[in-house]
Design a protein around this ligand. Structure first.
Ligand SMILES: O=C(O)[C@@H](CO)OP(=O)(O)O
Length: 207
């Protein structure tokens, strides 16, 4: 029986994570720490004995660089990889490039938390998590999931909010449940799916 393996990993720390800036569709690369985190993610996956058949990532540098570093650790450089903006970070609109603490001072803690973590309130000019889900989920269902169900061992390197959108569906989280869900940089989450695409098991490789 095939194992229906799906691994999700958020990119390592980016230059704008370090500077505490809203990033969205802006395209900073990884920091030195981000490179270490991505390399460590690859080591952890290798230690689990995992091998992949296919990978997916966004069109943004920080996710692609993370994937490259993981595949390097796995001795799987050259793995068939699809890059699609459906997996991009949520578009932060007018907040992109602003400092998150400055934004809290200007609009208040509560409003900024709503923009960052609520399900359906978009930041000005940007995407809500619901909007992000509306483009990430069809891509998952049409492009990624059929392969997983057919036994293609699948690695997805993407972003905090595009992955939160997919995790909301995979783990059947409510809009309230997803509000509290944070994804650490460079921490792989290993899912094994049932034939009906529900989650059979989950292993978070934090720590
Ligand atoms: O700035 C961003 O694009 C994201 C991820 O770093 O931030 P947040 O955690 O606020 O959604």
């Amino acid at each position: 029986m095939s194992e229906r393996l799906l691994v999700l990993v958020r990119h390592g720390q980016s230059e704008w994570n370090l500077k505490n800036l809203f990033t969205g569709w802006k395209d900073p690369d990884l920091t030195e720490l981000g490179v270490k985190e991505a390399t460590e993610a690859g080591r952890k996956l290798k230690a689990q004995g995992l091998v992949f058949d296919v990978a997916y990532t966004s069109v943004l540098t920080r996710a692609q660089h993370t994937l490259d570093l993981i595949l390097g650790e796995l001795d799987q450089k050259g793995l068939p990889t699809s890059k699609d903006l459906a997996l991009n970070e949520r578009d932060y609109g007018d907040l992109s490039g602003l400092n998150k603490d400055d934004a809290r001072k200007k609009w208040g803690e509560d409003q900024v938390l709503i923009w960052r973590r609520s399900y359906d309130v978009p930041p000005p000019g940007g995407e809500s998590l619901k909007d992000t889900l509306a483009r990430a989920l069809p891509y998952y269902v049409q492009e990624i999931l059929p392969g997983v169900l057919n036994g293609k061992r699948t690695l997805v390197a993407a972003h905090g909010n595009s992955l939160r959108a997919l995790i909301m569906v995979l783990e059947k989280l409510s809009p309230e449940g997803i509000l509290k869900r944070e994804l650490a940089t460079g921490v792989p989450i290993i899912y094994r799916l049932n034939a009906d695409s529900t989650v059979a098991s989950k292993l978070d490789l934090a720590g």
